[in-house]
Design a protein around this ligand. Sequence first.
Ligand code: GLN
Length: 420
Amino acid sequence: MKSPIPDYLDEMLENERPDEAGELAGYIQELASADPDQLGAALATLDGEIYCAGDTDIEFSIQSISKPFAYALALADRGVDQVLDKVDVEPSGEAFNEISLDKDGRPLNPMINAGAITTHSLIGLPGCTAEDRVERMVEGLSAFAGRRLAVDEGVYRSELDDAHRNLAIAHMLRSYDVLTEDPRAVVDGYTRQCSLMVTVHDLAMMAATLANQGVNPVTGERAVPVAVIRQVLSVMSTCGMYDAAGDWTTQVGIPAKSGVSGGVIGALPGQMGIATFSPRLDNHGNSVRGVALFERFSSDMGLHLMEVPAAARSVLREHAPSGTETVRIFDLQGSIRFAGAERVVREIVRTDIAEDRVALDLTAVHSLDDVARRMLLEVARRLSIEGKEVFLVDPDTVIPDPDPGTDGSLAVVSRRDELH
Ligand code: GLN
């Protein structure tokens, strides 16, 4: 049987194909001569499956979609505080190439050019050469994509020949000492960053790596430490679509980034990466058909981040005493966070447990965050203080180091039948 998902993607592309609204980016020669009818989309899951439709093998320059990934590398290399010192995280409400800084000369966010040029300068170790920085950038973005990406010299030259505006921004940043090195070298490196060639397939993988807490779902390679991902996704959700950020957040609700060559990515944390490619742009500089596709995807597939199913309800399966048993078993399942753990804790607290032995069966639990772990262990500790013998059935070690201070009265077993 054929999966319905590629058919769905094909159908969505055919719906949008007739829309010829928008213009090619005219200010970069190589982009002005792109085929305006190209159209592609890809979805990449976090376990490495990818669904593609349309022009999925056509390479185009990544442009501003490089910005969140470069930001992730700068955060990884310099730490959040140092990067925040130089680039703020406030939406600008302005065009991507606006020459706007705050009163200290700091760019408003890393998704507009002023912030992205500064961010580029923060990639690599302090004091590294411009060449080393470009190599670190290429290698870092390639880790997100899961294959070695390359700069297109034609795109790079054509943008650099006319990079007056970005040079003006960089010189202004230098005058405030936000940039501390030669502004021309930084714009050169930033322009190379924008000229990396990608397909819509690559972009979906890169977005999936962000959605997968920094680990590429196919290669298994960690591109950046998990700690930077929240920062990157947050900035994408508030600033990724430039001055259309409010519309985007209400209509689509997925952390995203667009670029002037016509790409759009969306990274849905814990679920998937999405990418679209269609070169005609609206007056914000976002792909017209890309935005329309994302609106459809979000509503058809229920992807809006503010629409989250009740996580707590399904966490506790059962806990009825089973006749002759001498142990009360609480059967948990799924992915447990605060609300789910609260449900379990409340049930245990309210139950009058006659048995001397109590077990929490975690066999069907696939993830447990830190707060949920601490809450369950605390309830185990309290049960043992009340004189119960407490067991965790934890075959997959979802609680790696259970040490609730129960003086040894918490036992971990890997199979439920070991309880009898
Ligand atoms: N390289 C482009 C620029 O700096 C990137 C802009 C974009 O994609 N929005 O102007």
